[in-house]
Write a protein that binds this ligand. Structure first.
Ligand code: FE2
Length: 277
């Protein structure tokens, strides 16, 4: 699936961008399904807000580990608690098990080519732990601060790899990701640990986060697949543009490694973790 050149680029930079991986039809189907999930979501039932700025994870967040839940943008509400724009333009993301629980998301995820890409990147036994549908809404799409995805999916040795699908063009204007080429060779800085209903962020290393001076924007067209290493520092700026930046992400580890029992997402026999197929 991947050329020797692409594999070498991944080793060197910690990420690769594969244009035209998904067709317009596949993207349209996933977007329609996401729109339906949001349409069916009753905000009165729960007011989960997703933010990466604090880690006061509440029950609503923790119970989304192996379910399908919608999270509001932090800036979705006015001071009096009312939505400032329609619900469909207020949702930050859907998470975190649609890839296993929702037929539409399952269809997008069950792609033999993804299994092949994973193997090409060294994941001999791909295990897909998490899915997120990220809206990055026009005007209010929230910033995602610098982080490494291995913070949330620790294995020994580190294996987590992110599959990030652009469902719309990702540009500087609408808050594309930024990453530091080669940054996957820097240490894991933080570990997100769950103990029952309590979570905490542990500091592991004082290595500073990159700056815009060394990071590069990962601008790409709709249909692109971005794969990146779990240690690659990345962030995305707020979206102040009038255009959304939808993306779908999967977090995948290698079943040959040891998955930390402290990771916030765990699976049991009722919903065993599995690969792309
Ligand atoms: Fe991330």
């Amino acid at each position: 699936m991947l050329s020797a050149e692409q594999k070498a680029q991944y080793q060197k930079d910690g990420f690769i961008i594969i244009p035209n991986f998904k067709t317009a039809e596949e993207i349209a189907a996933l977007r329609a399904r996401a729109a339906q999930v949001v349409n069916d979501f009753d905000p009165g039932a729960a007011q989960g807000i997703f933010t990466t700025k604090n880690q006061n994870a509440d029950e609503y967040f923790l119970a989304s580990d192996n379910t399908v839940r919608c999270f509001f943008e932090e800036e979705a509400f006015s001071a009096d608690g009312q939505l400032k724009q329609p619900k469909e333009l207020s949702i930050n993301k859907i998470g975190h098990a649609m890839h296993d629980l929702d037929p539409g998301f399952r269809a997008f995820t069950s792609d033999a080519r993804l299994e092949q890409v994973a193997r090409d990147l060294g994941l001999e036994q791909p295990q897909v732990w998490q899915s997120m549908y990220i809206f990055k809404q026009p005007g209010i799409g929230g910033e995602v601060r610098w982080h490494q995805d291995a913070t949330y999916f620790e294995t020994t040795p580190i294996s987590v790899t992110t599959f990030w699908f652009a469902l719309e063009d990702a540009t500087l204007e609408n808050g594309c990701m930024w990453a530091e080429p080669g940054g996957h060779r820097t240490p894991l800085r933080e570990r997100f640990v769950r103990n029952g209903d309590a979570v905490r962020m542990e500091k592991l290393d004082d290595m500073p986060w990159p700056t815009d001076a060394t990071a590069v924007p990962l601008e790409c067209k709709a249909g692109s697949l971005v794969c990146f290493h779990g240690l690659l520092p990345h962030y995305s700026a707020p979206n102040r543009s009038p255009v959304s930046r939808h993306a779908y992400t999967l977090h995948v580890t290698d079943g040959r490694t040891e998955y930390s029992p402290q990771n916030w997402i765990q699976r049991d026999a009722s919903l065993p973790v599995r690969g792309f197929l």
